[in-house]
Write a protein that binds this ligand. Structure first.
Ligand code: ATR
Length: 269
């Protein structure tokens, strides 16, 4: 039986084993998938151990995505652009191939599962860390009219916008910003903020009449989701759909078979 798994720290709440086990049942692929807690100081050595133990692939989660990027022998274009790897494939040649399926997972969830197109829309990305970097290229590919990045540390937003400047003229705002000149049709929270009790630091006036508010965190009532609800955003989503979609893309890379994610989202969660 081919072996796969997810590594992270912490890892106990990960839903990835449940998702991949459902995928394998649905597609009749004979594989195992478990979660593994890896000590912060032992990530690189543990990955080599998995490879020696004939694992076929791994998912990588917080806080190891950048370190996974650094140990890969080959990288997909989307992993290079994200600067982070969430999916590893151990090749028969002994090489480690790294991919990043987070961005495509988010876009598939918004555009396919929820039928919400970003084309010609005004999009606000809140955050400029690893999570934001991982989704920016697929957002640009979806052809928004406006893309703004807002971040507590302005310089990081500026840096991220500059990196993608050849593809789109990205505007930048500090966080919070009060000079509201633009309403947004899609607001994506890619920050770690909101698990504490502080209010989300933006005016509800930036929410357009037909706005999708998306938190990349799942299974938590974040201050962003509460803010979206209080301001009556028309579509409010957490990151569960993205989690299932990024998993499906990893599964496809490993097995060459694409699971039916709608079925899994409907029946498993
Ligand atoms: P991740 O890989 O999850 O993106 P990260 O690279 O550490 O983690 O980035 C965390 C993001 O959350 C950053 O955009 C960070 O803002 P700064 O760049 O200013 O640090 C944002 N963040 C975390 N806690 C926050 C808070 N309490 N208020 C506002 N932004 C916060």
């Amino acid at each position: 039986m081919d072996k796969y798994g997810v590594v992270g720290n912490p890892i106990q709440h990960s839903l990835s084993p449940q998702i991949h086990q459902a995928f394998s049942k649905q597609t009749q692929q004979n594989l195992s998938y478990e979660k593994y807690l890896v000590e912060l100081s032992e990530f690189e050595i543990t990955i080599k151990d998995f490879q020696r133990s004939n694992f076929k692939g791994l998912n990588i989660t917080v806080p190891f995505k950048e370190r996974a990027f650094a140990i890969c022998d080959e990288l997909s274009i989307r992993a290079k652009l994200a600067g982070a790897v969430n999916t590893i494939l151990f090749e028969d040649t002994g090489k480690i191939y790294g991919d990043n399926t987070d961005g495509i997972g988010l876009l598939r969830d918004i555009s396919i599962n929820h039928n919400f197109s970003l084309e010609n829309k005004a999009v606000l990305l809140v955050g400029a860390g690893g999570a934001a970097r991982g989704i920016i290229k697929p957002i640009i590919d979806a052809k928004p009219k406006i893309l703004t990045i807002t971040n507590r540390t302005y310089k990081k937003a500026e840096h991220l916008a500059n990196e993608f400047a050849q593809l789109l003229n990205i505007t930048i705002e500090s966080l919070p910003f009060s000079d509201i000149t633009q309403c947004y049709d899609c607001i994506i929270n890619a920050t770690a903020m909101g698990l504490e009790n502080a209010a989300f630091p933006l005016s509800g006036k930036i929410i357009s009449n037909d706005c999708c508010c998306y938190d990349m965190v799942y299974n938590k009532q974040t201050s962003f989701l509460k803010w979206a609800k209080a301001n009556e955003a028309s579509l409010i989503l957490d990151g569960l759909g993205m989690l299932v979609e990024q998993a499906a893309e990893s599964f496809y890379l490993w097995r060459g078979v694409r699971p039916n994610t709608k079925d899994i989202l409907k029946h498993c969660f």
